[in-house]
Design a protein around this ligand. Structure first.
Ligand SMILES: [Zn+2]
Length: 162
């Protein structure tokens, strides 16, 4: 299993679990990755950060856009001393939430958009489902008023539950 540090275009950093580097590339190319905090699909791989080194005095450096104060150099955000720990805690909660979600939903795989639509229109039994949708499919569902939540569910979490 490969744990990668990822970040979205607005600078949220989070962790992604993948079977391999190819798995990451493939999910990224198919637009399956999105930020758990803002849903942005513009996710990129960050250099390995000292994420596990939480006892270190210095918070992990992170870039953040500062549109109000343009400057030639990227400004380093000022983080409260507890920030890295909070981020780790949040990440843990996200992973736990994903686990709970996966234990309570039916995996419909690539048929996600079809199933979500059938449930919405009363053609299939009302239930929690999870699966994969392309960005286009997700947009179409949203247009039809069908609520879906995009989560970067790591492949590593999927297998043991099946
Ligand atoms: Zn984000």
């Amino acid at each position: 299993m490969l744990v990668l540090n990822l970040a979205c275009e607005t600078g949220h950093s989070f962790e992604g679990w993948f079977a391999s580097a190819n798995d990451f590339e493939s999910q990224q190319q198919r637009g399956l990755l999105s930020c758990p905090l803002c849903n942005s699909a513009k996710v990129r791989k960050m250099p390995s950060a000292p994420r596990l080194n939480l006892s270190a005095a210095e918070p992990a450096p992170a870039r953040r856009r500062a549109p109000a104060a343009p400057s030639p150099e990227p400004t380093a955000p000022v983080l409260p001393p507890g920030a890295p720990v909070i981020a780790a805690e949040l990440q843990k909660q996200v992973i736990q939430a994903v686990r709970t979600l996966m234990a309570n939903t039916e995996d419909v795989g690539d048929r996600f958009a079809t199933e979500a639509r059938r449930i919405h229109y009363g053609e299939a039994q009302e239930r929690g489902i999870r699966g994969r949708a392309t960005p286009d499919e997700a947009r179409e569902l949203a247009d039809e008023g069908i609520d879906i939540v995009a989560l970067p569910v790591p492949d590593a979490l999927k297998d043991p539950l099946q």
